[in-house]
Design a protein around this ligand. Structure first.
Ligand code: NAD
Length: 384
């Protein structure tokens, strides 16, 4: 079994799918590992470190793609790279099968097995493979650091000879994995933190981090699905949240917003007038930008200054922390591989909930019904 670690080709990508320590343990399990030269450099891992772990190094990307049986990766490969992968090989990564299924067609058609880490079910047994949570953790942390760096104030309360400085007030919208990490980070920096989420269960987690949970009466409607995720709410219920947010935002120094509903556009929660009523100097970081954003003014990937308010809409904060983002991702991938590789051979056990849930395509067929529908929709109305 030959596994290849590629240098990520996406612009601005700094992460790598497997670190040298994971490579070493895979080799100990009987795999042969080849690494593209420079694959780990941007995340602080030299070619020598991979060589010491037992991997062979090569600059010949095409031969790596065409000879590998297993290809762990961060991002989906380009169409040209997909055409080089041998039929029957397995590619594992953030493949965006629901966002852009058509981009995977070359690999699907040539019989590459595709496993998407974002489709790994969020069950207890899969926690160690949960790459979405790993990246959300990094993003939540970095959002606060980004805000603190641009805030014209300090975060902690300081009592100095020149007077007392009040602590920064941070408001976190959406207390999932990213939001909770943002709360914890802001608290560590000394801020006073408030948070809002539609899931009642989030209240306890928010309070346990020393923040205040803002409750809103949504009239007893169900806000959570069976999987523990937020449901899409009616406009009336969303409006109640928007009113509370507009009020809390008037006194906040920093607003980190991370509200998402799986498979849907992110809910619009911060209206234009709420931004215009914020104090000048307020920093908003819209972590839901990749899913359309929580703020009406958000332009994904752009930073704007509006009425003295700075609005960040980063699309990929984990790439700004490549060392630890890669470390977490590499562990997730190694744990996933432990489920797939037994006695040096690859087993795709479709009876396993994790394998079945994450498998997009196998032997030339799309095996995930949501991806199949997304592809049909694309074929009916292709995106330009
Ligand atoms: P997510 O990224 O889908 O959403 C982020 C947050 O936004 C969620 O807390 C959600 O409730 C909130 N939200 C959605 N609509 C909102 C609205 N209109 N107003 C305010 N907030 C809104 O969520 P996530 O961070 O991926 O995780 C969500 C849940 O899944 C959490 O309960 C988390 O603990 C759970 N989870 C479980 C596992 C596991 O068991 N393996 C792993 C990860 C997450």
């Amino acid at each position: 079994m030959r596994l290849a670690v590629l240098k990520e080709a996406a612009p601005a990508e700094t992460r790598v799918a497997l670190l040298p320590d994971a490579v070493k343990s895979l080799i100990a399990k009987g795999l042969e590992v080849a690494v593209e030269s420079g694959a780990g450099m941007a995340s602080g891992h030299s070619d020598e470190a991979y060589a010491q772990a037992g991997a062979s190094l090569t600059a010949d990307r095409a031969s790596l793609l065409s000879s590998a049986d297993i290809l762990p990766m961060v991002n989906a490969p380009s169409a040209a790279d997909q055409r080089l992968i041998q039929p029957g090989a397995v590619a594992i990564g953030f493949l965006r099968p629901l966002d852009d299924p058509a981009a995977l067609l070359p690999a699907i058609e040539s019989g590459v097995t595709l496993l998407a880490v974002e489709l790994v079910p969020r069950i207890t047994r899969a926690q160690a493979m949960d790459a979405l949570s790993s990246m959300a953790t990094v993003a939540g942390y970095k959002a606060v650091i980004l805000a603190a760096d641009h805030l014209p104030r300090l975060f902690p309360m300081l009592m100095t000879a020149a007077g007392t400085i009040a602590p920064a007030r941070v408001f976190v919208i959406g207390a999932g994995v990213a939001g909770l990490q943002a709360i914890a980070t802001a608290r560590r920096l000394g801020a006073v933190v408030e948070a809002y989420d539609v899931r009642a269960a989030a209240g306890e987690q928010v309070r346990s981090l020393g923040a205040k949970f803002l409750d809103v009466d949504l009239g007893g409607i169900a806000t959570e699905d069976k999987g523990g995720y937020a449901r899409e709410l009616s406009e009336e219920a969303l409006d109640r949240g928007r009113d509370l947010i507009a009020k809390a935002a008037r006194t906040a120094d920093v607003i980190i917003t991370s509200a998402q509903v799986p498979g849907r556009r992110a809910p619009l929660l911060i209206r234009r007038d709420a931004v215009e009523n914020m104090r000048p100097g307020t920093i908003v970081v819209d972590l839901a930008a990749a899913a359309g954003g929580n703020c009406e003014l958000t332009r994904p990937g752009e930073t704007q200054l509006h009425h003295g308010v700075t609005l960040f809409a980063p699309l990929n904060l984990p790439v700004t922390v490549p060392g630890h983002a890669s470390q977490l991702y590499s562990r997730n991938i190694a744990n996933f591989l432990a489920l797939l590789v037994k006695d040096g051979a690859f087993h795709l056990d479709m009876d396993d909930e994790i394998v079945r849930g994450s498998c997009v395509a196998h032997q030339g067929k799309v095996v995930n019904s949501r991806v199949a529908s997304a592809l049909e929709a694309h074929i009916a109305a292709p995106t330009p």
